[in-house]
Design a protein around this ligand. Sequence first.
Ligand code: ATR
Length: 279
Amino acid sequence: MINACVIGWPIAHSRSPLIHGYWLKQYGIDGSYTRRPVEPASLAAFLADLPQSGLAGCNVTLPHKEAVFGLVTPADASTKRLGAVNTLFLRDGHALGTNTDGEGFINSLQSSVPGFNITNERAMVLGAGGASLAVVNAILEQGASEVVVANRTLEKAEQLRQRFGPKVLPLVWDEAGDQLTECGLLVNTTSLGMKGQPEVGLNMSRLPAEAIVTDIVYTPLRTKFLVDATARGNRTVDGLGMLLHQAVRGFSLWFGVTPQVTDELHDLVARDIDPDYKR
Ligand code: ATR
């Protein structure tokens, strides 16, 4: 029996058990994946105990992604650049930390938009928080020529430039609409548009018709941001794909099978978000 879990604080609403539970059943693996509440004060003790805990590893979610980075060995250069961990696994009795959010973001786009490629293209990312970090890093790793980061708090966008270099162009929020010309990709990484939050409210009239628009918010599945982009004729990709695709590598590391993100899995999680969901 192989065990894994997701740690966070709070953790009750995590959909990761639904995703990994589906795959465990699908591939007939004798394993478990559970939610484990870990409060910030207990994080170091949890990590110290991990090699002896009987767990093969775990996912790490809010608010622990950056704290865990400071407490374990990063498994790869991309995670080192990012400074945040969402997946832990054991090697030779030692916990290693990696981050699958960026590949989740890119693989979601590639599976929804065949031939998706932003090499030498300009992208705009709305927001400069934790989610933005992974998205900006992934876009740069794909070879984008520049990434405009528009944020309410300009200093946070400037910090992304310090971290990732001069291809990141910080921008004040109010100028975002004007800078959409020549963007091949537009991403919302803010919490705007989430149930109970104000809408993004961006004027997209300058966005090229060929640009792809995606939102990392997936509650609701079809945010107003995506509905507006679709109405203009842009191709859109919802945020659920990133959640599903970021789970793939952890499952493979712990359980030894690289799982498929199927339509059936997408619809299972979509119905958990919205019981009335129809493909
Ligand atoms: P996450 O880890 O999910 O990215 P976060 O680090 O709290 O969460 O970041 C939230 C993002 O949404 C930030 O870019 C935030 O802008 P600030 O850096 O100015 O706080 C953005 N955001 C949240 N509420 C917003 C609002 N009402 N208007 C504009 N941006 C908002």
